[in-house]
Design a protein. Structure first.
Length: 593
């Protein structure tokens, strides 16, 4: 055994002092930090005026984390948290929102590793959960606010990590499951090793499918077709290929998922709690969505190939300009490195069988088990009625289809939508939401359900019960976990705008307390940037900035009369099936009032 060192001195202190360490004062560090982050931090601002602060019109204007004037801050942060918990300091969620955006890019910029459970800030030699990546909600929650929050470029750290796991994930799919495609474990480390742990829930198969939601969302928000061709479609295809082999058809022609789990949850069975079943709700939802995203990606690329063969070939050229200046997608150099990291045998080939894949994946998706409603009126979490070991469980994975997913909606699946509400009520009534990230997820769910006041109550609990004196989120027993911070930021974005299926729902769940305000620079699926202004709890007007020529779809609100203008001219629109549709051109500004 040989052991060596690059140290030159016996004494550690001598070693430290032997090297010239550049010094910098606070101001120079601050200016460098400010300059680096200004581009994206300044890309979005939120201002809220509650019914309590009419005498302080600028109190909640947080265009920059650096712009808070001292005379506006009457209390220290810990005192503000205490007051907010008891009904005061109504503007504190805006600070929490901006803080979350700062934490996201501060833990994701200039690196190839994404934010782990502690972001990148850990105080222990032996950290909780080894500062690892939990792939069954936590890392996903970290990046929920990136796209809508104007920080899409920082998802590159997440995608680079997916590259790190890609080859090991393909090997794991083959050796552990006998399947093609890619499989990711429930938890992983910085080396991207894809090996299951010994815990009962660690044979869960849907982690890669959950990652695929972020891949598809990045394309939806940025409309970056090179990203779709070089990274998104290859990954979505590999996830779909895993399901091609993993799903099995039962005697009724239904494709079942087995073994199947509801992440980290158990039900009563035999002498010990049981985690395995056939086709849990969360696995059905994630499989359905992953196959759906793969189908859409293949359809888009096939359409381009048919209509513009030369343009299709150009998508493979990562040496030329990646995206337009208006896009929020990752930079050209980062894109080159990302695409180069995609496994060779996963890349799009000249012989890519888009049409055959579409047909195959539709057949799988359309014959998955249907979601069911249990005898309490909620979503059936497992394959049949089961007695829960922990009715207050921190995870609400059976509701993924409602959020962060998009297959359970009020308009398309009203019965399941109501059942999802009931499931959340049942979980909370049993004592759920007892971690910071779980409470953040709950707030997101209520904004998704359109109940802004209930969502604000859970934000109050998130900040009041789980924030440190510096607003960092805590997991019992007082362990810092960054996901609650970033989930709270996402909750406020959902309050302002939702854009599932590229249908823009402006101010879908505004709390009663947030009387007046505006958000500038929020992003939407379909490649839109919006500035939204509201007064007396209702939309005053919104400015819509598209990055591509297309048909825009707005959710039509009952008893609301709309007018749309562009360059002073009235824009015609159509109403159909709860939507308002009109044509937009890239680079123009459309005012909706």
């Amino acid at each position: 055994i040989n052991i060596g060192t690059n140290a030159k001195y016996e004494d550690a202190w001598d070693e430290i002092n032997a090297y010239d360490i550049p010094s910098a004062d606070f101001n120079s560090i601050y200016q460098r930090n400010h300059a680096y982050y200004t581009k994206h931090y300044g890309s979005l601002s939120l201002e809220v005026h509650t019914k309590y602060d009419d005498l302080h019109p600028n109190l909640n204007s947080m265009n920059s984390v650096y712009s808070i004037e001292k005379e506006h801050v009457e209390h220290t942060t810990d005192k503000r948290v205490e007051l907010f918990k008891n009904g005061g300091e109504p503007d504190l969620p805006v600070l929490y929102f901006n803080y979350g955006r700062y934490l996201l890019y501060a833990s994701s910029a200039r690196g190839t590793l994404p934010a782990n459970l502690q972001g990148k800030w850990n105080e222990d030699i032996y950290p909780a959960w080894d500062c690892d990546y939990h792939n069954d909600i936590n890392i996903q929650m970290n990046y929920w606010p990136a796209e809508a929050g104007g920080l899409a470029e920082y998802t590159n750290a997440l995608f680079e990590y997916m590259n790190t796991m890609w080859e090991p994930g393909k090997e794991a799919a083959k050796k552990l499951w006998g399947c093609k495609g890619v499989w990711y474990p429930l938890s992983s480390d910085v080396w991207g090793r894809c090996t299951p742990e010994t815990y009962g829930w660690s044979v869960w198969v849907s982690a890669a499918a959950w990652y695929s939601e972020h891949v598809w969302a990045h394309f939806e928000y940025t409309q970056d077709y090179r990203f779709l061709y070089n990274f998104a479609y290859p990954f979505l295809r590999d996830v779909a290929k895993f399901y091609e082999d993993f799903l099995y058809k039962d005697e009724k022609g239904v494709y079942q998922i087995s073994p199947s789990q509801s992440p980290e949850n158990h039900f009563v069975g035999g002498g010990e709690p049981v985690s395995l079943c056939i086709s849990s709700a969360s696995d059905i939802e994630l499989c359905f969505e992953a196959l759906g995203h793969a189908i859409k990606a293949a359809e888009i690329l096939l359409d381009i190939k048919k209509k513009d063969a030369a343009g299709f070939e150009e998508l493979n050229g990562v040496g030329i300009e990646i995206v337009t200046e208006e896009s929020d997608s990752i930079s050209e150099n980062a894109a080159k490195a990302l695409y180069a990291g995609v496994p060779e045998d996963s890349r799009v080939k000249d012989t890519e069988r888009f049409a055959a894949n579409i047909k195959k994946w539709k057949e799988l998706r359309d014959n998955l088990p249907k979601l069911k409603i249990n005898d309490k009126g909620g979503i059936l979490e497992w394959d049949k009625e089961r007695e829960e070991v922990e009715p207050s469980h921190r995870h609400i994975s059976h509701l993924i289809g409602a959020f962060p997913g998009d297959i359970i909606t009020k308009r398309e699946t009203p019965e399941l939508f109501e059942a999802a509400k009931k499931s959340l009520e049942l979980r909370l009534s049993a004592g759920g939401g007892h971690t910071g990230w779980s409470r953040a997820w709950t707030a997101c769910m209520y904004f998704r359900f359109g109940n802004g006041d209930a969502a604000l109550d859970h934000l109050r609990a998130l900040i009041g019960d789980f924030a440190t004196t510096s607003l960092l989120d805590l997991h019992p027993p007082r362990i810092f976990q960054i996901d609650g911070n970033l989930g709270g930021t996402e909750a406020l974005l959902l309050m302002l705008l939702q854009s599932y299926h590229e249908e823009l729902d402006i101010l879908p769940a505004l709390p009663t307390d947030f009387v007046n305000g505006n958000v500038q620079g929020i992003r939407a699926r379909g490649g839109y940037k919006l500035n939204i202004y509201w007064r007396a709890n209702a939309l005053e007007y919104a400015e819509l900035l598209p990055i591509a020529d297309k048909e825009c779809k707005l959710v039509d609100k009952k008893d609301v009369k709309y007018e749309i203008y562009c360059e002073g001219n009235l824009v015609p629109f159509k109403k159909k099936k709860g939507l308002i549709t009109f044509n937009v051109e890239a680079g123009k500004i459309y005012t909706i009032s």
